[in-house]
Design a protein. Structure first.
Length: 391
């Protein structure tokens, strides 16, 4: 029997908070799994993956790595009461179930889903079938789905995003395997947490660009903000995708396998020209080694450093610049539909989040405190003596 690789989970202090570190010898299969864990991040400095330090995140790590590795938690020292849950070391599927999962995997590949989506969805359904392995596929109903969620997701306090992912996978599975009694209409995804995006002011963005001394880094920040690019779109941008004469570039095969055009900002052209002559990239606009794209982790690393040098109190990521781009467009009067097109959003509802952080209309709203003080002054003959900060 093949020995499973060992993973060490450690407790460490990073970015002013405790984290769960995930350490293991390089293994592409494990990297793919750890990368798919919600909120997992890679540290180039520490050379490990990590998540926030909590029992919920530990349960999520156990859930994703179950059957793929042996977890060594001796250095974790979580100071919270651990639930007594027995975790299986591997799935106990029969040949029929394994064949079904293999065919489901091929089905997803045939639908041209991304590699990470195919792996995650197959993983989720494999766990569901394994949980009810004593039952025939034909006997699985919505009640079996509820039992699985109650016993796995709720008891182990797995995140809402993992549960939503499972429901999405299940909806595809019952289309693929029509013999189940699971009814699609009753499969409801729990609502996402509504967290407002972090947005920089326009002055903060300009200061961030200006105080970044490295020419390549400065160009990257300007590109991310000027066109609202995702980090994956930036690092995959090729020289052939840029049309200086038309002052635009094409973003190919973006999220959802969609192409879109983005404008080249007028004030970006001198910076871009300087960068091109200095670095002379061969294939990609932003390259690490000649002919190879720059890494997303390197972008996140220098961006965090630049933000610290500017004294910014919020955590700045490449996506923060995308959020700032969209919010500033809205504040400058650009319509939601146009912003949706520029960002490459499939649904306008995704773009609507920026209406909650844009200050265009809020600037015109006066606080009732200001109005009350003014009314008080008009009615009081001693208005010159009134100060809200006085005794």
């Amino acid at each position: 029997m093949k020995t499973q690789p060992e993973i060490h989970l450690i407790k460490f202090y990073y970015k002013e908070k405790f984290k769960i570190g995930i350490k293991f010898n390089y293994n592409k299969h494990l990297v793919d799994i750890v990368k798919s864990i919600p909120e997992s991040k890679w540290s180039d400095v520490l050379k490990l993956w990590y998540l926030p330090y909590s029992l919920q995140k530990l349960e999520t790590i156990r859930y994703y790595l179950k059957g793929h590795a042996i977890l060594n938690e001796s250095e974790l020292e979580l100071k919270v009461k651990k639930t007594k849950v027995v975790y299986k070391t591997e799935r106990e599927l029969n040949n029929t179930q394994k064949t079904l999962l293999n065919n489901f995997y091929k089905y997803l590949r045939g639908k041209r889903y991304s590699d990470s989506t195919v792996k995650n969805y197959t993983f989720q359904i494999a766990d569901f079938i394994d949980y009810h392995r004593e039952k025939a596929i034909q006997d699985l109903s919505n009640r079996e789905v509820e039992l699985f969620i109650e016993d796995v997701f709720i008891k182990r306090k797995l995140s809402i995003s993992v549960q939503r992912q499972f429901i999405s996978a299940l909806k595809l599975f019952i289309v693929f395997e029509k013999s189940t009694q699971i009814v699609d209409i009753d499969l409801v995804r729990p609502k996402r947490d509504k967290i407002l995006p972090v947005v920089l002011s326009q002055n903060e963005v300009i200061e961030l660009i200006a105080k970044t001394k490295n020419l390549k880094h400065r160009t990257i920040i300007a590109l991310l903000y000027s066109a609202g690019l995702r980090i994956s779109e930036l690092i995959n941008l090729k020289l052939d995708d840029i049309n200086i004469n038309r002052k635009q570039f094409i973003i190919k095969n973006a999220k959802g396998r969609k192409d879109r055009y983005a404008p080249l900002a007028e004030h970006l052209l001198p910076l871009l020209n300087n960068y091109m002559h200095t670095y002379a990239p061969e294939t990609y606009l932003i390259e690490g080694k000649p002919g190879f794209p720059y890494s997303s982790s390197s972008v996140s690393k220098f961006l965090h450093k630049s933000a610290s040098q500017c004294g910014l109190k919020v955590r700045v990521t490449p996506h923060t610049l995308r959020h700032s781009y969209a919010t500033h467009l809205l504040e400058n009067g650009v319509g939601i539909r146009h912003i949706q097109s520029l960002l490459g959003h499939a649904k306008p509802e995704t773009t609507m989040i920026y209406t909650h952080v844009a200050r265009k209309d809020l600037l015109d709203i006066r606080s009732p405190l200001d109005l009350a003080v003014e009314q008080y002054k008009k009615a009081d003959s001693l208005e010159q003596k009134f100060k809200i900060s006085g005794r």
